[in-house]
Design a protein around this ligand. Sequence first.
Ligand code: SF4
Length: 280
Amino acid sequence: YGLVGESGCGKSTLGRSVLRLFDITDGEIEFAGQDIAKMSDKQLKPLRRRMQAIFQDPYSSLNPGMTVAQLIAEPMKIHGYGKQQRETRTLELLEKVGLKAEHLNRFPHEFSGGQRQRISIARALSVNPEFVLCDEPLSALDVSVQAQVVNILQDLQQALGLTYLFIAHDLSMVRHISDRIGVMYLGTLVEEAPAETLYTEPAHPYTRALLASIPVADPHVQMLDQGGIKGELPSAMSDWPGCKFCNRCPRAMDKCQSQSPVMQEISPGHRVACWLFENS
Ligand code: SF4
């Protein structure tokens, strides 16, 4: 599941809440058929093995005082894997993410950003999770290595049957790795659809603007002004009764100022929250 939206819209807060790294104030978080929102740490521990995370910045998410071997083995130690099992699995994982046994005793500062993110992936997968939160795992990487990391994530997804919640701030990054995509604006999901539908039939004005802002890698193509969004993302603390996008929307109507649109299905699996699609 790809989750997209501008910086500050609440994507990471949502992702971390799903993992119960944050406690939510309202609602439910269902994992493997159970509501985990109110579970105690003790109740959560066996489930924690099944849900892991890869964070945005591999420069700060890896402890600089630990070697690669220690970093990958640490989650297994916490979850009770034996020494022999930890060593064997660490080597296996290192190979899976394209690193070698000679890297085991090195420290994070000896690696490039792309290599560090590979170590983060191996660490997250060490305890055999089913669900992995990928919180903007490409944003801190050079464009040249982003594709390599996406390929590794895709290969592992298929080989191990993983479910990802893949967070990104632009739609170009999630297209090839997502089955479904959700678009978030100011703490609210405004559109959700199968990946290809979202790119070929975007409905919400915000989604359309996000797509229009993706640069085309061809110097002969002239970008047209497609009525994209103007202005800054308002504060998430501001509270008004209508559509949260109305002060930036090129198609806003009077009704949008006073009434908040509800999510409705406009075609199978394609849902949108916008008054333009009322009763469609
Ligand atoms: Fe624009 Fe109105 Fe739709 Fe909000 S509800 S996205 S303001 S048209």
